[in-house]
Write a protein that binds this ligand. Structure first.
Ligand code: PLP
Length: 425
């Protein structure tokens, strides 16, 4: 799905688009997103009621959410604006999972109003909910396995022991017991221990862990868990030599374990949910940017019109994002460049020592895999404005799904004498 050589657009198309919507912009592929979601659902079609709650933070655009909703996805929200986004695209009730942490009461109120599944991050939030709203009849808890989860299955989010999320195992049992005694009738179990993980074993392990826990909870407390939510975290191949997670393998192994463990009526029908963000949209977005400068000092620099405010991952994590010079796809990579933005921060570099074809001013670069945590992580530091987002629709037309910020937007939140900056175009 992420063949780094296969773009869903060509140079001519982008040049034409650029006349109307200047670079930089992110562009997403509706067809790719739909096919990808269909494949995820197909792989888990043996699960009764399988659902992916798209983690909105990956790509918080209502047009994208609508596409995903039409494919049967729900939304995983963790803030008030994310809840409102889900609401605006017509998601309701149990189509919304509210997986927050350090939550504010207004957020719980909105989640309750929408009938979302409330996923509590801590045992103290039972009381917090009661004091500030009410305890709904359906409650999920987020489990943090801490030292019980070995980290040798890959890139678990740091180590669970130092992650701020979730309840300890002991607290988990106590929490289910408390809410059961308070009249809660329906229960879910959630965890999220992986991030950008490419090893299928991580997800198989997680399912195994939650299935065991489901049985243990039933045995000790007589509680029937209605769903397990494996969280998100399925990685994508950012580097050309990497491969996507083989969902067929994950599905088949989880199915085996499920069949072995979940046999009797005390635990069935047990649904399986996920809340992937990155793997849903990540590979189907590109940041398109134009080369505006070249600079020859101790190294060779190529300056583009995008910067870290449009894509923070390389600067923040040293993350690799593949780059294609449009129209030079078949030219050998014989030149070594640092591809840089314009922030007054030396980590504002999309690539360091990257071998690419010879680049000239005016060339258009496509930075790959920006469909998740790309635009979404944008910011205004250094007076930089967020870019537009475009969508290549199924019919091939390119639609503006979010306009670029303007200087007027930048000044909009000030209120000081002379705030007539607002009159700027
Ligand atoms: C970020 C997040 C996700 C999605 O993670 P991806 O790596 O984008 O799949 C899912 N659930 C929770 C609770 C998250 O914080």
């Amino acid at each position: 799905m992420n063949k780094n050589s296969e773009l869903f657009f060509n140079k001519n198309e982008i040049e034409k688009t650029k006349e109307k919507y200047p670079t930089p912009f992110h562009i997403y592929d509706e067809k790719g997103i739909i096919e990808n979601v269909k494949s995820l659902y197909k792989n888990f079609s043996w699960v009764q009621g399988f659902k992916n709650y798209f983690a909105i933070k990956a790509c918080p655009n209502p047009y994208i959410l609508k596409i995903l909703k039409d494919q049967g996805c729900g939304a995983d929200c963790s803030s008030l604006p994310e809840l409102i986004l889900a609401e605006k695209v017509g998601l309701r009730g149990e189509e919304i999972m509210f997986t927050s942490n350090n939550t504010q009461k207004e957020e719980y109120k909105k989640a309750l109003e929408l009938g979302a599944i409330i996923n509590l991050d801590d045992i103290t939030h039972i009381k917090f909910l009661e004091e500030n709203a009410y305890l709904p009849s359906f409650i999920c808890f987020r489990y943090n396995p801490g030292p019980l989860r070995k980290t040798n299955d890959g890139n678990v989010i740091g180590s669970p022991e130092s992650a701020k999320y979730g309840l300890t195992k002991e607290q988990l049992f106590e929490a289910y017991d408390i809410v059961k005694n308070k009249g809660v009738k329906r229960f879910g179990l959630h965890t999220m221990v992986a991030s950008n993980e490419l090893n299928p074993n991580a997800f198989i392990e997680t399912a195994n862990m939650l299935l065991d826990l489901t049985l243990e909870i039933h045995k000790k407390l007589g509680i029937k868990i209605e769903f397990i939510n494996l969280g998100g975290g399925i990685g994508i191949p950012y580097k050309p030599e990497q491969h996507p997670v083989d969902l067929k393998i994950v599905s088949e192994r989880v199915k085996q374990i499920y069949k072995e463990k979940i046999q009797d009526k005390t635990t069935t029908p047990l649904k399986i949910f996920m809340e992937n963000g990155r793997m849903i949209t990540g590979p189907f977005g590109y940041l398109i940017t134009t080369v505006i400068h070249e600079k020859h000092i101790y190294k060779e620099y190529i300056g583009v019109d995008a910067n870290m405010a449009n894509l923070m991952r390389p600067g923040m994590y040293g993350a690799y994002h593949h780059i294609t010079v449009l129209g030079k796809e078949n030219v050998p990579n014989e030149f070594k460049y640092d591809i840089v933005g314009s922030l007054c921060e030396n980590n504002d570099k999309f690539a360091i020592d990257r071998m690419l074809p010879k680049i000239e001013i005016g060339d258009i670069l496509a930075i790959h895999n920006t469909g998740a945590h790309g635009y979404a992580m944008g910011f205004n530091y250094n007076g930089k404005l967020r870019s537009a987002e475009l969508l290549k629709k199924l019919d091939g037309n390119i639609k503006l799904i979010r306009r670029a910020e303007t200087i007027k937007d930048y000044f909009e939140t000030f209120n000081f004498e002379g705030s007539d900056y607002k009159n700027l175009a």
